[in-house]
Every structure is written in structure tokens, then in C-alpha cells.
Design a protein around this ligand. Structure first.
Ligand code: SAM
Length: 231
């Protein structure tokens, strides 16, 4: 049977296209199974750090009947992979701090394409990408317990053109492609941030800067909408 993916992992699946793909922090291994069955990679390596999820990955891999096309390895981040072994990797359902830590430790094992789905603000992933030679090729915002961002990054030269024409601070927090798309879910997500941050914001507090960023993002969306209504 095909494992059912929730909306965030369906979005990740659609953004993976690889020869050999690594899913790091795979747990149930549902994502690599679906990637292989959908023909979005020829081979997958599921990496897991913790014993319970590792056993879960191994059980799912055996049950999938995918044989050598799906390999499960124990380890931390990219540690159990060789340089150049995979051309793409995903990390999903983790905190941004964990994801960025794994990326920073990966060194020459980092593949050319990454699909990342953090559970909290992806700002530091976007900042890492700008500083590390990756461009933001696609973004999705998926409904769920929270609004889940999904980012596809690809290694590329020069400054990332995704950030041209959008306010940088708002784009690093909410996503340049997502801002341009002006989806109702993004607007709702920003409005929820405004409600949450307004009572917390005082000069010198983190929430003060976060609130200003949310206000800037909403003002930019409102300006675009007004401009489109005039056309
Ligand atoms: C919340 S689960 C998400 C599972 C799955 N990726 C998903 O999106 O549904 C996070 C998984 O990442 C694993 N993990 C956390 N840090 C890791 C690391 N540095 N290397 C490998 N696996 C890690 C955890 O053991 C856990 O199984």
C-alpha cells in the first residue's frame, strides 16, 4: 500500500526530483517510499539518528518491497553519506535550528538540491542559503497544525534573484516567492503573527522587530493588491 502523506509532505514530494535522494530524519520513511513509487528518484537513502524512528524506517523499508532502491542508514545528518553520493536531500518536520545545524555540519556532503520543511520560522534557512551559494527555486505554504513552509534550494552562482523587488526583511521571514504569490494562507499567517506579537512588542524585545517585519510584509501585500485592483 502507498503510505498516505499529509499536505506538507505531499508538497515536499512534488518538489523532489533526483537520481539519488537522501531523506534525513526519515522516521516512518513514508516520504522516500512515495518518492520512489512516484519515480521522483531512482534510489533513496533514509537517515535516522534515534533508535525508535530508525526501527520504524527499517520496518517500513522492508514492507515497501522496494529492495535495494531504499536503504536505511543510522546516523546524524549527512554523517552516514559519502561526498557526492546523493544529488538531493530533504529534511522535514524538524525545527529550523536543527535543520540549519545539520546543513552547517554537512561540508562537502551537501548535495546540489535541498527540499526543507521546518516547523517554525524558516528565516535562518533562507539566510543560510543566501550565505552558502543556494538559490530559493520554489516555496510552498501548506495548511496543517500550523502553516508549514516548504523550500526548494539549488546550488547556484551569484546573488539569489528571488529577492529582487521584495522587501528583504519581510522576504527572509515570509518568503520572496510566497509574498509574490499573495496566497490567502500567507495573509492569514501574517495576520495571526500580528495578533500574537502586538501585546508582546516593546522596544528591545525580539517581538518588537518581529512585529515590524510582519507589518512590513502585510503592507507590501496590501500595496500589491491595491495596485492590481487599479489595473
Ligand atoms: C518529527 S520527526 C519528522 C519525521 C518526518 N521527516 C516527517 O516529516 O514526518 C523528526 C525526525 O528527525 C530525526 N532526527 C532529528 N535530528 C536528526 C539528525 N541530526 N540526523 C538524523 N535524524 C534526525 C528524529 O529522530 C525524528 O525521527
Amino acid at each position: 500500500m502507498n503510505p498516505v502523506l499529509d499536505a506538507r509532505l505531499e508538497a515536499v514530494l512534488e518538489l523532489v526530483q533526483a537520481q539519488v535522494h537522501a531523506d534525513i530524519g526519515s522516521d516512518h520513511a513514508h516520504l522516500p517510499i512515495r518518492i520512489l513509487r512516484a519515480g521522483r528518484a531512482s534510489r533513496c537513502i533514509a537517515v535516522e539518528l534515534n533508535p525508535g524512528p530508525l526501527a520504524h524506517s527499517r520496518r517500513s523499508a522492508v514492507r515497501s518491497g522496494l529492495g535495494e532502491r531504499l536503504e536505511v542508514r543510522e546516523g546524524n545528518g549527512f554523517d552516514p553519506l559519502h561526498a557526492g553520493e546523493v544529488d538531493s536531500a530533504s529534511m522535514t518536520g524538524m525545527g529550523t535550528g536543527t535543520i540549519v545545524g545539520v546543513l552547517q555540519r554537512a561540508g562537502d556532503k551537501l548535495p546540489a538540491a535541498l527540499v526543507l520543511q521546518p516547523n517554525d520560522s524558516p528565516r535562518s534557512i533562507r539566510q543560510w542559503a543566501c550565505a552558502s551559494g543556494y538559490h530559493l527555486m520554489a516555496e510552498r505554504l501548506m495548511p496543517g497544525y500550523w502553516a508549514y513552509p516548504v523550500l526548494r534550494l539549488e546550488r547556484a552562482l551569484g546573488n539569489d534573484p528571488a529577492y529582487v523587488g521584495v522587501p528583504l526583511r519581510a522576504a527572509l521571514r515570509y518568503g520572496p516567492h510566497l509574498l509574490r504569490e499573495q496566497s490567502p494562507l500567507l495573509r492569514q499567517h501574517i495576520q495571526e503573527d500580528l495578533l500574537r506579537l502586538t501585546p508582546l512588542a516593546a522596544p528591545g524585545r525580539n517581538a518588537y522587530g518581529e512585529l515590524a517585519t510582519a507589518q512590513e510584509a502585510l503592507a507590501w501585500l496590501d500595496d500589491r493588491r491595491a495596485e492590481q485592483n487599479r489595473q
